[in-house]
Design a protein around this ligand. Structure first.
Ligand SMILES: [Zn+2]
Ligand SMILES: [Zn+2]
Length: 164
């Protein structure tokens, strides 16, 4: 899945910060950062896109690490609770994750032709969502906001194919 992201992957300093924050999160749970957990965290932070658990397993194995799919599935909820990654929905691709550490909240525009995902943040949307929730007596804790359409590149190649 291609993603157009506003921010670069976590720089090395960001990775150290994330690791330190994961360490103190696990410490509060009387858990440790095992080499496998660290490898999963590093693989997740290297990802610039919306990834599935299996993508992380592939990344770690390609880098020469030995890890089982079950281990990564078990580690992911810890990374989510620690705020390192967050679950996200990208239509048609099921449950995905993306890095959350040091990043601002954003929503997604999805091209239904090439599956390109564009991330955006639009404060007016955020305000309206809070207003709608309040109007119906909800305290907003989360939202999934997807706009689906056809991206500029796909629209151009469509026009090129049918010039009329
Ligand atoms: Zn497209
Ligand atoms: Zn995203």
């Amino acid at each position: 899945m291609r993603t157009h992201r506003n921010s670069a992957p976590a720089a090395e300093a960001g990775v150290d910060q994330a690791l330190a924050s994961f360490q103190s999160f696990l410490h509060r749970r009387s858990l440790r950062v095992t080499p496998v957990r660290e490898a999963i965290l590093r693989a997740a932070l290297r990802r610039q896109d919306h990834f599935r658990v299996e993508d992380l397993v592939d990344d770690i194995r390609r880098a020469g690490g030995a890890v089982s799919v079950a281990t990564v599935y078990r580690a992911i909820p810890l990374l989510v609770e620690a705020g390192i990654v967050e679950p996200t929905e990208v239509s048609g691709d099921g449950r995905c994750y993306e890095t959350a550490f040091g990043r601002e909240h954003h929503d997604h525009l999805i091209c239904r032709e090439c599956r390109r995902v564009v991330e955006f943040h639009f404060e007016a949307f955020e305000m309206l969502q809070r207003e709608v929730a309040a109007k119906y007596g909800f305290l907003l804790t989360d939202h999934v906001h997807e706009l689906i359409g056809v991206c500029g590149d796909c629209r151009q190649s469509r026009e090129a194919q049918s010039p009329d």
